[in-house]
Design a protein around this ligand. Structure first.
Ligand code: RFL
Ligand code: PHB
Length: 390
Protein backbone atom coordinates (compact mmCIF):
# COMPACT_ATOMS: atom_id res chain seq x y z
CA UNK A 1 0.00 0.00 0.00
CA UNK A 2 1.04 3.59 -0.63
CA UNK A 3 -0.32 6.84 0.81
CA UNK A 4 0.75 10.39 1.60
CA UNK A 5 0.10 10.22 5.37
CA UNK A 6 -0.11 7.05 7.48
CA UNK A 7 -2.16 7.81 10.61
CA UNK A 8 -1.60 5.55 13.62
CA UNK A 9 -4.67 5.42 15.91
CA UNK A 10 -8.41 6.00 15.38
CA UNK A 11 -9.17 8.00 18.53
CA UNK A 12 -10.46 11.55 18.12
CA UNK A 13 -7.02 12.82 17.01
CA UNK A 14 -6.49 10.20 14.26
CA UNK A 15 -10.07 10.29 12.97
CA UNK A 16 -10.23 14.10 12.89
CA UNK A 17 -6.85 14.30 11.13
CA UNK A 18 -8.04 11.80 8.52
CA UNK A 19 -11.24 13.82 8.01
CA UNK A 20 -9.45 17.17 7.66
CA UNK A 21 -6.74 15.79 5.34
CA UNK A 22 -9.41 14.20 3.17
CA UNK A 23 -11.21 17.56 2.89
CA UNK A 24 -7.90 19.07 1.73
CA UNK A 25 -7.34 16.31 -0.83
CA UNK A 26 -4.45 14.69 1.09
CA UNK A 27 -4.47 10.91 0.81
CA UNK A 28 -4.25 8.99 4.13
CA UNK A 29 -4.74 5.58 5.73
CA UNK A 30 -5.73 5.08 9.41
CA UNK A 31 -4.49 2.03 11.35
CA UNK A 32 -6.19 1.13 14.65
CA UNK A 33 -5.20 -1.67 17.03
CA UNK A 34 -8.70 -2.14 18.51
CA UNK A 35 -12.03 -3.06 16.91
CA UNK A 36 -14.47 -0.32 15.86
CA UNK A 37 -16.89 -1.49 18.61
CA UNK A 38 -14.17 -1.12 21.23
CA UNK A 39 -13.21 2.39 20.07
CA UNK A 40 -16.88 3.45 20.12
CA UNK A 41 -17.50 2.03 23.59
CA UNK A 42 -14.94 4.23 25.35
CA UNK A 43 -16.44 6.83 27.70
CA UNK A 44 -14.12 9.79 28.17
CA UNK A 45 -14.25 13.56 27.88
CA UNK A 46 -17.38 15.69 27.83
CA UNK A 47 -16.65 19.43 27.67
CA UNK A 48 -15.60 21.30 24.50
CA UNK A 49 -13.95 24.70 24.24
CA UNK A 50 -15.52 26.98 21.64
CA UNK A 51 -12.40 26.70 19.45
CA UNK A 52 -12.93 22.91 19.33
CA UNK A 53 -16.61 23.38 18.43
CA UNK A 54 -15.56 25.57 15.50
CA UNK A 55 -12.92 23.11 14.30
CA UNK A 56 -15.45 20.24 14.38
CA UNK A 57 -18.01 22.35 12.50
CA UNK A 58 -15.59 23.36 9.77
CA UNK A 59 -14.50 19.71 9.49
CA UNK A 60 -18.05 18.81 8.42
CA UNK A 61 -18.92 16.88 11.60
CA UNK A 62 -20.90 19.52 13.51
CA UNK A 63 -24.53 18.70 12.66
CA UNK A 64 -25.38 16.36 15.54
CA UNK A 65 -23.27 18.40 17.98
CA UNK A 66 -25.21 21.56 16.98
CA UNK A 67 -28.52 19.74 17.52
CA UNK A 68 -27.75 17.71 20.65
CA UNK A 69 -24.82 19.42 22.39
CA UNK A 70 -25.64 21.46 25.47
CA UNK A 71 -24.40 25.06 25.30
CA UNK A 72 -23.58 26.48 28.69
CA UNK A 73 -22.06 29.65 30.07
CA UNK A 74 -19.45 27.98 32.22
CA UNK A 75 -18.88 25.86 35.26
CA UNK A 76 -19.50 26.29 38.97
CA UNK A 77 -17.12 25.59 41.84
CA UNK A 78 -18.37 24.94 45.39
CA UNK A 79 -16.12 24.88 48.48
CA UNK A 80 -16.12 25.16 52.28
CA UNK A 81 -19.69 23.95 52.61
CA UNK A 82 -21.76 26.71 51.07
CA UNK A 83 -19.43 28.94 49.03
CA UNK A 84 -20.06 28.97 45.27
CA UNK A 85 -18.69 30.76 42.22
CA UNK A 86 -19.27 30.52 38.48
CA UNK A 87 -16.52 30.47 35.86
CA UNK A 88 -18.77 32.31 33.41
CA UNK A 89 -16.85 32.08 30.14
CA UNK A 90 -19.54 33.96 28.20
CA UNK A 91 -19.20 37.01 30.47
CA UNK A 92 -15.44 36.89 31.12
CA UNK A 93 -14.07 35.34 27.90
CA UNK A 94 -16.81 36.17 25.35
CA UNK A 95 -17.53 32.56 24.48
CA UNK A 96 -19.69 29.72 25.82
CA UNK A 97 -18.69 26.08 26.37
CA UNK A 98 -20.35 23.00 24.89
CA UNK A 99 -21.18 19.73 26.69
CA UNK A 100 -20.93 17.00 24.04
CA UNK A 101 -19.31 13.63 24.73
CA UNK A 102 -16.15 12.25 23.16
CA UNK A 103 -18.07 9.05 22.37
CA UNK A 104 -20.49 11.07 20.19
CA UNK A 105 -17.64 12.92 18.48
CA UNK A 106 -15.99 9.60 17.66
CA UNK A 107 -19.29 8.27 16.25
CA UNK A 108 -19.73 11.43 14.13
CA UNK A 109 -16.17 11.11 12.79
CA UNK A 110 -16.68 7.42 11.95
CA UNK A 111 -19.91 8.32 10.10
CA UNK A 112 -18.04 10.98 8.09
CA UNK A 113 -15.20 8.57 7.23
CA UNK A 114 -17.79 5.95 6.16
CA UNK A 115 -19.59 8.53 4.00
CA UNK A 116 -16.29 9.41 2.31
CA UNK A 117 -15.83 5.69 1.60
CA UNK A 118 -12.56 5.65 3.47
CA UNK A 119 -12.16 2.49 5.53
CA UNK A 120 -10.12 2.38 8.73
CA UNK A 121 -7.93 -0.69 9.12
CA UNK A 122 -8.91 -2.11 12.54
CA UNK A 123 -7.37 -4.77 14.77
CA UNK A 124 -3.86 -4.31 13.43
CA UNK A 125 -0.98 -5.84 15.42
CA UNK A 126 2.79 -5.42 15.58
CA UNK A 127 2.75 -1.87 14.19
CA UNK A 128 6.35 -0.76 13.50
CA UNK A 129 7.46 2.60 12.07
CA UNK A 130 10.54 2.55 9.81
CA UNK A 131 12.98 5.08 8.31
CA UNK A 132 11.32 8.10 9.90
CA UNK A 133 14.26 10.33 8.98
CA UNK A 134 14.26 9.45 5.26
CA UNK A 135 11.53 7.52 3.38
CA UNK A 136 9.05 6.33 6.02
CA UNK A 137 7.04 3.15 5.97
CA UNK A 138 4.80 1.34 8.46
CA UNK A 139 4.53 -2.42 8.79
CA UNK A 140 1.79 -4.24 10.70
CA UNK A 141 0.08 -7.58 10.77
CA UNK A 142 -3.61 -8.16 10.16
CA UNK A 143 -5.22 -11.60 10.32
CA UNK A 144 -1.74 -13.10 10.54
CA UNK A 145 -0.46 -11.43 7.32
CA UNK A 146 2.26 -8.81 7.36
CA UNK A 147 1.38 -5.65 5.40
CA UNK A 148 3.39 -2.54 4.56
CA UNK A 149 2.44 1.07 3.86
CA UNK A 150 4.92 3.38 2.13
CA UNK A 151 4.20 7.01 2.96
CA UNK A 152 5.65 10.50 3.04
CA UNK A 153 4.72 11.25 6.66
CA UNK A 154 3.54 9.33 9.72
CA UNK A 155 1.05 10.94 12.15
CA UNK A 156 1.36 9.35 15.59
CA UNK A 157 -2.18 9.65 17.02
CA UNK A 158 -2.03 6.42 19.03
CA UNK A 159 -2.53 7.73 22.54
CA UNK A 160 -0.33 7.50 25.59
CA UNK A 161 0.41 3.76 25.25
CA UNK A 162 0.96 3.75 21.48
CA UNK A 163 4.13 2.94 19.54
CA UNK A 164 4.73 6.31 17.87
CA UNK A 165 6.30 8.29 20.71
CA UNK A 166 8.60 5.40 21.62
CA UNK A 167 9.81 5.23 17.99
CA UNK A 168 11.68 8.49 18.68
CA UNK A 169 15.15 7.74 20.07
CA UNK A 170 15.29 8.63 23.81
CA UNK A 171 18.23 10.96 23.13
CA UNK A 172 16.04 13.03 20.78
CA UNK A 173 13.25 13.89 23.24
CA UNK A 174 12.64 15.17 26.72
CA UNK A 175 9.85 14.08 29.10
CA UNK A 176 8.13 16.16 31.78
CA UNK A 177 5.90 14.27 34.21
CA UNK A 178 3.84 14.67 37.36
CA UNK A 179 1.82 11.83 38.87
CA UNK A 180 -0.91 12.65 41.40
CA UNK A 181 -1.60 10.49 44.48
CA UNK A 182 -5.28 9.82 43.60
CA UNK A 183 -7.65 9.02 40.74
CA UNK A 184 -11.22 9.79 39.66
CA UNK A 185 -13.95 7.17 40.10
CA UNK A 186 -16.55 7.99 37.42
CA UNK A 187 -20.00 6.72 36.58
CA UNK A 188 -22.43 7.23 33.74
CA UNK A 189 -26.12 6.94 34.55
CA UNK A 190 -29.28 7.23 32.46
CA UNK A 191 -30.75 9.91 34.68
CA UNK A 192 -31.39 13.63 33.98
CA UNK A 193 -28.29 15.65 34.94
CA UNK A 194 -28.41 18.69 37.20
CA UNK A 195 -28.53 21.97 35.22
CA UNK A 196 -24.91 23.03 35.68
CA UNK A 197 -21.47 21.43 35.54
CA UNK A 198 -20.17 21.74 39.11
CA UNK A 199 -16.74 21.00 40.64
CA UNK A 200 -16.59 20.53 44.44
CA UNK A 201 -13.62 20.97 46.75
CA UNK A 202 -14.98 19.21 49.83
CA UNK A 203 -13.33 17.93 52.97
CA UNK A 204 -14.13 14.39 51.72
CA UNK A 205 -12.26 15.12 48.46
CA UNK A 206 -13.01 16.46 44.98
CA UNK A 207 -16.28 15.67 43.17
CA UNK A 208 -17.83 16.67 39.83
CA UNK A 209 -21.35 16.71 38.37
CA UNK A 210 -21.36 16.67 34.57
CA UNK A 211 -23.61 15.60 31.73
CA UNK A 212 -23.83 14.08 28.28
CA UNK A 213 -27.46 14.73 27.26
CA UNK A 214 -30.87 15.34 28.91
CA UNK A 215 -31.08 11.69 29.96
CA UNK A 216 -27.41 10.89 30.57
CA UNK A 217 -25.34 12.12 33.52
CA UNK A 218 -21.64 11.79 34.30
CA UNK A 219 -20.38 12.06 37.89
CA UNK A 220 -16.92 11.67 39.46
CA UNK A 221 -15.44 11.45 42.95
CA UNK A 222 -11.75 11.67 43.85
CA UNK A 223 -10.58 8.24 45.04
CA UNK A 224 -7.44 6.53 46.34
CA UNK A 225 -5.22 4.93 43.68
CA UNK A 226 -5.75 1.44 45.10
CA UNK A 227 -9.57 1.73 44.90
CA UNK A 228 -11.32 -1.48 43.83
CA UNK A 229 -14.45 -1.03 41.71
CA UNK A 230 -16.07 -4.03 43.44
CA UNK A 231 -16.08 -2.01 46.67
CA UNK A 232 -18.17 0.71 45.01
CA UNK A 233 -21.73 -0.50 44.36
CA UNK A 234 -23.98 2.27 43.03
CA UNK A 235 -25.54 3.07 46.44
CA UNK A 236 -22.15 3.79 47.95
CA UNK A 237 -21.16 5.98 45.00
CA UNK A 238 -24.34 8.12 45.19
CA UNK A 239 -24.01 8.51 48.96
CA UNK A 240 -20.38 9.62 48.66
CA UNK A 241 -21.11 11.98 45.75
CA UNK A 242 -23.97 13.69 47.61
CA UNK A 243 -21.87 14.00 50.78
CA UNK A 244 -19.36 16.12 48.82
CA UNK A 245 -21.90 18.75 47.66
CA UNK A 246 -23.96 21.30 49.61
CA UNK A 247 -27.52 20.10 50.22
CA UNK A 248 -29.18 22.31 47.55
CA UNK A 249 -27.07 20.53 44.89
CA UNK A 250 -27.07 17.08 46.54
CA UNK A 251 -30.87 17.13 46.79
CA UNK A 252 -31.24 17.86 43.09
CA UNK A 253 -29.06 14.90 41.95
CA UNK A 254 -31.33 12.22 40.49
CA UNK A 255 -29.84 8.77 41.13
CA UNK A 256 -30.33 5.54 39.20
CA UNK A 257 -28.39 2.46 38.10
CA UNK A 258 -24.96 3.15 36.59
CA UNK A 259 -24.31 1.94 33.04
CA UNK A 260 -20.53 2.41 33.27
CA UNK A 261 -18.11 2.74 36.16
CA UNK A 262 -14.34 3.20 35.89
CA UNK A 263 -11.28 4.66 37.57
CA UNK A 264 -8.88 7.04 35.82
CA UNK A 265 -5.49 7.81 37.42
CA UNK A 266 -4.38 11.46 37.16
CA UNK A 267 -1.16 12.41 35.42
CA UNK A 268 0.48 15.42 33.75
CA UNK A 269 2.95 14.47 31.02
CA UNK A 270 4.55 16.24 28.04
CA UNK A 271 7.09 14.81 25.57
CA UNK A 272 9.07 17.36 23.55
CA UNK A 273 9.44 17.90 20.64
CA UNK A 274 6.26 16.68 18.93
CA UNK A 275 8.15 15.91 15.72
CA UNK A 276 11.05 13.68 14.77
CA UNK A 277 12.03 13.55 11.10
CA UNK A 278 8.85 12.70 9.21
CA UNK A 279 6.93 11.55 12.33
CA UNK A 280 4.51 14.05 13.89
CA UNK A 281 2.78 13.33 17.23
CA UNK A 282 -0.72 14.62 18.06
CA UNK A 283 -3.02 14.25 21.10
CA UNK A 284 -2.37 11.87 23.99
CA UNK A 285 0.56 10.33 22.07
CA UNK A 286 2.53 13.46 23.05
CA UNK A 287 0.88 14.69 26.25
CA UNK A 288 -1.55 13.82 29.06
CA UNK A 289 -3.31 16.27 31.35
CA UNK A 290 -5.37 15.44 34.44
CA UNK A 291 -9.09 15.71 33.57
CA UNK A 292 -9.61 18.72 35.90
CA UNK A 293 -10.33 21.55 33.44
CA UNK A 294 -11.36 19.12 30.64
CA UNK A 295 -8.42 19.90 28.36
CA UNK A 296 -7.28 16.46 27.03
CA UNK A 297 -9.69 16.16 24.12
CA UNK A 298 -9.49 19.88 23.36
CA UNK A 299 -5.70 19.63 23.03
CA UNK A 300 -6.03 16.65 20.68
CA UNK A 301 -8.31 18.80 18.51
CA UNK A 302 -5.96 21.81 18.48
CA UNK A 303 -2.92 19.64 17.65
CA UNK A 304 -4.84 18.22 14.70
CA UNK A 305 -5.91 21.70 13.58
CA UNK A 306 -2.21 22.70 13.36
CA UNK A 307 -1.03 19.41 11.86
CA UNK A 308 -3.72 19.17 9.16
CA UNK A 309 -2.98 22.75 8.11
CA UNK A 310 0.76 22.06 8.00
CA UNK A 311 0.36 18.90 5.88
CA UNK A 312 -2.13 20.56 3.56
CA UNK A 313 0.22 23.53 3.00
CA UNK A 314 3.03 21.11 2.26
CA UNK A 315 1.14 18.96 -0.25
CA UNK A 316 -1.05 21.63 -1.83
CA UNK A 317 1.23 24.68 -1.79
CA UNK A 318 4.78 23.21 -1.51
CA UNK A 319 5.17 25.29 1.66
CA UNK A 320 6.84 23.57 4.64
CA UNK A 321 6.80 26.54 7.05
CA UNK A 322 3.92 25.18 9.13
CA UNK A 323 5.46 21.70 9.26
CA UNK A 324 8.69 23.25 10.54
CA UNK A 325 6.85 25.23 13.23
CA UNK A 326 4.27 22.53 14.14
CA UNK A 327 5.97 21.28 17.30
CA UNK A 328 6.66 24.76 18.74
CA UNK A 329 3.18 26.03 17.89
CA UNK A 330 1.37 22.97 19.29
CA UNK A 331 3.54 22.92 22.43
CA UNK A 332 2.71 26.54 23.31
CA UNK A 333 -0.97 25.56 23.59
CA UNK A 334 -0.13 22.22 25.24
CA UNK A 335 1.88 23.91 28.00
CA UNK A 336 -0.87 26.49 28.52
CA UNK A 337 -3.37 23.69 29.14
CA UNK A 338 -0.89 21.52 31.08
CA UNK A 339 -0.22 24.38 33.48
CA UNK A 340 -3.93 25.22 33.84
CA UNK A 341 -4.98 21.58 34.50
CA UNK A 342 -2.17 21.16 37.05
CA UNK A 343 -3.18 24.38 38.82
CA UNK A 344 -6.89 23.49 38.91
CA UNK A 345 -6.04 19.99 40.16
CA UNK A 346 -4.00 21.49 43.05
CA UNK A 347 -6.81 23.94 43.85
CA UNK A 348 -9.69 21.46 43.96
CA UNK A 349 -8.34 18.17 45.36
CA UNK A 350 -7.39 16.92 48.81
CA UNK A 351 -3.79 15.66 48.93
CA UNK A 352 -2.60 13.05 51.47
CA UNK A 353 0.15 15.36 52.78
CA UNK A 354 -1.93 18.55 52.93
CA UNK A 355 -1.67 20.46 56.20
CA UNK A 356 -3.89 23.22 57.66
CA UNK A 357 -1.81 25.89 55.89
CA UNK A 358 -2.40 24.30 52.47
CA UNK A 359 -6.14 24.05 53.10
CA UNK A 360 -6.38 27.72 54.10
CA UNK A 361 -4.37 28.67 51.00
CA UNK A 362 -6.88 26.77 48.80
CA UNK A 363 -9.81 28.53 50.51
CA UNK A 364 -8.12 31.91 50.19
CA UNK A 365 -7.49 31.39 46.49
CA UNK A 366 -11.12 30.43 45.85
CA UNK A 367 -12.32 33.44 47.88
CA UNK A 368 -9.98 35.70 45.91
CA UNK A 369 -11.20 34.22 42.60
CA UNK A 370 -14.80 34.91 43.57
CA UNK A 371 -14.09 38.57 44.43
CA UNK A 372 -11.44 39.68 41.91
CA UNK A 373 -12.70 40.37 38.40
CA UNK A 374 -9.12 40.51 37.10
CA UNK A 375 -8.35 37.01 38.42
CA UNK A 376 -11.71 35.67 37.21
CA UNK A 377 -11.04 36.97 33.69
CA UNK A 378 -7.65 35.28 33.61
CA UNK A 379 -9.03 31.92 34.77
CA UNK A 380 -12.03 32.08 32.41
CA UNK A 381 -9.78 32.94 29.45
CA UNK A 382 -7.83 29.74 30.11
CA UNK A 383 -10.85 27.55 30.88
CA UNK A 384 -12.56 28.73 27.68
CA UNK A 385 -9.36 27.84 25.77
CA UNK A 386 -6.50 29.97 24.53
CA UNK A 387 -6.83 31.07 20.87
CA UNK A 388 -5.24 29.11 18.02
CA UNK A 389 -2.23 30.73 16.34
CA UNK A 390 -2.60 31.71 12.71
P1 RFL B 1 -6.89 8.15 22.26
O1 RFL B 1 -8.34 8.50 22.44
O2 RFL B 1 -6.23 7.39 23.35
O3 RFL B 1 -6.79 7.33 20.90
C1 RFL B 1 -5.62 6.63 20.52
C2 RFL B 1 -6.03 5.49 19.62
O4 RFL B 1 -4.84 4.81 19.19
C3 RFL B 1 -5.06 3.40 19.28
N1 RFL B 1 -3.75 2.74 19.36
C4 RFL B 1 -3.13 2.19 18.31
N2 RFL B 1 -3.51 2.08 17.03
C5 RFL B 1 -2.65 1.44 16.19
N3 RFL B 1 -1.46 0.92 16.57
C6 RFL B 1 -1.04 1.03 17.85
N4 RFL B 1 0.13 0.51 18.22
C7 RFL B 1 -1.89 1.68 18.78
N5 RFL B 1 -1.81 1.95 20.10
C8 RFL B 1 -2.94 2.61 20.44
C9 RFL B 1 -5.94 3.26 20.51
O5 RFL B 1 -6.64 2.02 20.53
C10 RFL B 1 -6.86 4.45 20.37
O6 RFL B 1 -8.01 4.14 19.63
O7 RFL B 1 -6.00 9.45 21.97
P2 RFL B 1 -6.33 10.79 21.17
O8 RFL B 1 -6.99 10.49 19.87
O9 RFL B 1 -5.11 11.59 21.23
O10 RFL B 1 -7.49 11.53 22.03
C11 RFL B 1 -7.20 12.05 23.29
C12 RFL B 1 -8.41 11.91 24.19
O11 RFL B 1 -8.94 10.60 24.11
C13 RFL B 1 -8.00 12.19 25.64
O12 RFL B 1 -7.18 13.36 25.73
C14 RFL B 1 -9.15 12.42 26.57
O13 RFL B 1 -10.14 11.43 26.50
C15 RFL B 1 -8.56 12.44 27.97
N6 RFL B 1 -9.57 12.15 28.96
C16 RFL B 1 -10.40 13.16 29.27
N7 RFL B 1 -10.23 14.38 28.69
C17 RFL B 1 -11.07 15.38 28.96
O14 RFL B 1 -10.90 16.47 28.39
N8 RFL B 1 -12.09 15.18 29.88
C18 RFL B 1 -12.29 13.94 30.48
O15 RFL B 1 -13.23 13.78 31.25
C19 RFL B 1 -11.44 12.88 30.19
N9 RFL B 1 -11.60 11.65 30.74
C20 RFL B 1 -9.68 10.86 29.51
C21 RFL B 1 -10.73 10.63 30.41
C22 RFL B 1 -8.79 9.81 29.18
C23 RFL B 1 -8.89 8.54 29.74
N10 RFL B 1 -7.89 7.54 29.40
C24 RFL B 1 -6.86 7.84 28.43
C25 RFL B 1 -7.72 6.31 29.98
C26 RFL B 1 -10.89 9.36 30.95
C27 RFL B 1 -9.98 8.31 30.63
C28 RFL B 1 -10.24 6.97 31.26
C1 PHB C 1 -16.92 15.10 31.84
O1 PHB C 1 -18.06 15.49 31.54
O2 PHB C 1 -16.59 13.91 31.68
C2 PHB C 1 -15.95 16.06 32.39
C3 PHB C 1 -16.31 17.38 32.63
C4 PHB C 1 -15.38 18.26 33.16
C5 PHB C 1 -14.10 17.81 33.44
C6 PHB C 1 -13.74 16.50 33.19
C7 PHB C 1 -14.68 15.62 32.69
O3 PHB C 1 -13.18 18.65 33.95
Amino acid sequence: MKTQVAIIGAGPAGLLLSQRLDLEGVDNIVLESQSREHVLSRIRAGVLEWGSVEVLRESGVGDRMNAEGHLHDGTDIVWSGTNRLTLNTRVYADRPMMAYGQTNITEDLYAARDAAGQPIVHEVEEVVLHDLESTPSVTFSKNGRVERIDCEFVAGCDGFHGVSRSSIPPTQRREFEKVYPFGWLGILSETPPIDEIVYANSERGFALCSQRNPMLSRYYVQCALDTNLDDWPDDRFWEELKARFPSEIADSIITGPSIEKSIAPLRSYVSEPMRWGRLFLAGDAAHIVPPTGAKGLNLAISDVFYLARALSRFFNHHDDRYLESYSDMALRRVWGAARFSWWLTLLLHRFPDQGPFDLRAQEQELDYLSTSEAYMRSVCEQYAGLPFES
